[in-house]
Design a protein around this ligand. Structure first.
Ligand SMILES: Cc1cc2nc3c(=O)[nH]c(=O)nc-3n(C[C@H](O)[C@H](O)[C@H](O)COP(=O)(O)O)c2cc1C
Length: 206
């Protein structure tokens, strides 16, 4: 089984990548393959509502990562979407790609575990997760959660690795995705998975 991890950041090795890598590590240790799909830094089209994709199964714009994403999602058994928070929202390029990819092939996520992650310096992560979840909630996918909302905090690339609770949240998300996948595919994982004990890392110290 394979999980696709979509890195929606313009930074290939930024905090979104750090968070996704923690999920990947846990999935890999549960025997699930992972592949990262980085959306890159080139311009991305917004949906122009031509609906041509409904017949084509692909977007009419073939000069950005949308159609490659459509194909990768179709082949994946699970999908994890990671976004940096920009002004309290997921970054625009990722949103544009997800909207177009889901219009082109909504069946690609049906019946599959999907999870959305937001990474930010300080604020806007829960609103961003809610926004990212929206398409998947109406496309028959199985949204997976963790011990907390799927958030990691950090500003400069890699800083999120210092968010111990955030990294634990990512590992637990990976554990839960693996558990859902194994149950869906009858690989005998019906009891709830063993999980790390939650270690909340409060910002304010006494
Ligand atoms: C245009 C822009 C807007 C941002 N807006 C927010 C914000 O609303 N809240 C926040 O906490 N961080 C904000 N940030 C900081 C990023 O979310 C943060 O640096 C994040 O770790 C970047 O992830 P990356 O390294 O994967 O690109 C913003 C960054 C940029 C470039």
């Amino acid at each position: 089984m394979k999980a696709l991890l979509v890195n929606g950041s313009p930074h290939e090795n930024g905090n979104t990548a750090t968070a996704l890598a923690e999920v990947a590590k846990t999935l890999n240790s549960a025997g699930i393959e992972t592949e990262v799909f980085w959306i890159g830094t080139k311009p991305v089209h917004g949906c122009v509502a031509c609906y041509a994709c409904k017949k084509l199964g692909h977007c009419v714009f073939d000069d950005d990562p949308c159609n490659a994403l459509v194909d990768k999602i179709a082949k994946a058994d699970a999908v994890v979407v990671g976004a940096p928070v920009y002004y309290g929202q997921p970054n625009g390029a990722l949103l544009a790609l997800i909207q177009r990819a889901m219009m082109a092939n909504s069946a690609g996520v049906a019946g599959k575990p999907v999870a959305c992650i937001a990474v930010c310096r300080r604020g806007g992560a829960t609103a961003s997760i809610q926004c990212l979840n929206m398409p998947f909630q109406m496309l028959d996918s199985l949204l997976v959660g963790s011990q907390y909302w799927n958030i990691a905090y950090g500003r400069t690339p890699g800083e999120a690795a210092q968010d111990a609770e955030g990294m634990q949240t990512m590992r637990r998300l990976g554990t839960n995705i693996a558990w859902v996948l194994k149950n869906l595919h009858n690989e005998g994982a019906s009891a709830l998975p063993a999980r790390e004990q939650w270690s909340p890392m409060h910002f304010i110290r006494e």
